[in-house]
Ligand binder design. Structure first.
Ligand code: SF4
Ligand code: SF4
Length: 462
């Protein structure tokens, strides 16, 4: 009896110590000095416990009543704590209902012309569209004019680092299905979904899901123009596709770690280019089955991608307004392809992100422009979410000349996908109390306002 209890206790303490060592190694790899120190201390305490346990065994403490009681109490406490933190707590029903679960009022479809990027990247002073738009929305004219005066949103003089060029997008033609002879290949939705998802992951996406498109998330009017197709500007967006294949690509941990400095924008632009490549290739792949498909990426959006991603089961919307995924947190960029190819939709997920965000608020405390709400979720255009001030956020981008990304960098869900962080994600996805615990621990290990890390040598600016 005494030996069995000792073996269980020794195994438990050793596993703890190994996890502690793993966490220390992870912190070294992440180049997080404070976390390295705290995890080092944590590992030494756990190692100390193992040594004390073996010492007690050697001197015969566990042969006494006191020793056995101590062993039983220790094991009961550890087992109770494990069950308490591992068991699945009450699910978030709103999250499980996807974007529809967040609808609490009257939702007006978003006019793409009102999006801060569309106004500032597309409208040219003196043009007919410029006059039309600001007659319709006079409240934005002065604000946007002041931005243009300063030189635009990215890469203007006075930027935090040096400006750099936008990336290009490569494109190949995917092989056609052997049965495709100019007519639709008949595929059942399950098989079509398997093909489409497999293709998406194999050409570079990290996550992929499928949803039925809720028309509320389709832009009402076209607002962003990149290829002089001005006839499209202000046109009603008619989208007849029933499904969207939504995917996410992971942004490089070391580059996002430098936010708000320029290397983080290399990660953003690189991922937008990657998203454009994947979306155009996937649209071509679906076309080669004989169906209609439209790529949605940085240069063409028909719909809001975050609610589509929520409906496709990729994650939940966080306090910072981005999609929160289980594996990478908000450290992703999204792309999508809409299509009339019949597919099998995935189910929305509850990963505990909204519950975690209610406790956390780190992004809001760290945002240099106070654009992220510190309050509870509220009704914004008929949906329950945290209100993000896109205007002040965009102004900060203009000031530093990058896309900032501080909120993404400091988010506890954005840590590198090392084994210890995967373990923590598995726990916080399941359990409310783990969310509280690891939220506190994140502050202790990484700080309440984590600092930017130095860029990798190749990405340094003098
Ligand atoms: S930093 Fe915290 S509050 Fe902000 S998105 Fe991440 S988990 Fe949510
Ligand atoms: S990108 Fe920067 S300015 Fe914008 S919300 Fe995030 S932290 Fe704030």
């Amino acid at each position: 009896m005494e030996t069995i209890l000792f073996v269980i206790a020794a195994a438990g303490c050793s596993i703890q110590a190994i996890i502690g060592l793993g966490f220390f190694i992870s912190c070294v790899w992440e180049k997080e000095s404070n976390a390295m120190m705290v995890s080092g201390i944590q590992f030494l305490i756990m190692l100390g416990l193992v040594i004390i346990l073996f010492y007690f065994k050697a001197i015969g403490v566990f042969k006494t009543n006191f020793g056995i009681t101590l062993l039983i109490l220790g094991l009961a406490l550890a087992a109770g704590l494990c069950v308490f933190l591992i068991r699945k707590t009450r699910p978030n029903q709103r999250a499980l209902a996807g974007s529809s679960g967040l609808i609490v009022g009257d939702v007006q479809p978003t006019d793409e012309r009102d999006i801060v990027f569309a106004r500032n990247r597309t409208l040219r002073p003196g043009s007919e569209e410029y006059d039309t738009y600001y007659k319709m929305r006079p409240e934005y004219e002065e604000l946007d004019a002041a931005r243009r005066q300063k030189g635009g949103p990215l890469g203007h003089p006075g930027a935090i680092d040096r400006p750099h060029d936008r990336p290009n997008v490569a494109k190949f033609n995917p092989p056609a299905h052997p049965e495709f002879k100019g007519q639709r290949v008949e595929l059942n939705p399950g098989s079509a979904s398997t093909r489409v998802k497999g293709y998406t992951l194999n050409i570079g996406a990290n996550l992929v899901g499928i949803c039925e498109i809720n028309p509320l998330w389709i832009y009402s009017q076209r607002g962003e123009i990149f290829n002089e197709n001005w006839d499209d500007w202000g046109q009603k967006i008619e989208l007849t596709h029933k499904y969207a294949v939504v995917f996410a690509t992971e942004m490089a941990f070391d580059l996002v770690g430098t936010a708000p400095h320029s290397p983080t924008t290399i990660a953003s632009m690189g991922n937008y280019a990657r998203g454009a490549f994947i979306a155009t290739q996937l649209a071509a792949f679906i076309s080669n089955l004989g169906y209609s498909a439209t790529a949605n990426h940085l240069r063409h959006y028909d719909a809001l991608l975050v609610p589509l991603a929520v409906d496709a089961g990729l994650g939940e919307t966080g306090r910072l307004g981005y999609l929160m995924t289980k594996d990478y947190g908000p450290r992703v960029r999204l792309g999508a392809v809409t299509t009339d190819l019949p597919l099998t939709p995935d189910k929305p997920v509850d990963i505990g992100a909204v519950d975690f965000c209610k406790i956390c608020k780190k992004c809001a405390h760290c945002c240099p422009s106070n654009s992220i709400s510190l309050e509870d979720q509220e009704e914004v255009n008929g949906t329950l979410r945290w209100k993000l001030n896109a205007e002040t956020c965009f102004d900060y981008w203009g000031k530093v000349g990058t896309d900032c990304n501080i909120c993404m960098r400091v988010c506890p869900w954005s840590h590198a996908s090392t084994l210890p962080h995967q373990l923590i994600r598995a726990l916080i996805t399941r359990n409310h109390f783990s969310r509280n615990l690891f939220n506190q621990m994140d502050d202790i290990f990484y700080g309440k306002k984590p600092k930017a890390k130095p860029a990798p040598e190749w990405a340094r600016y003098e």
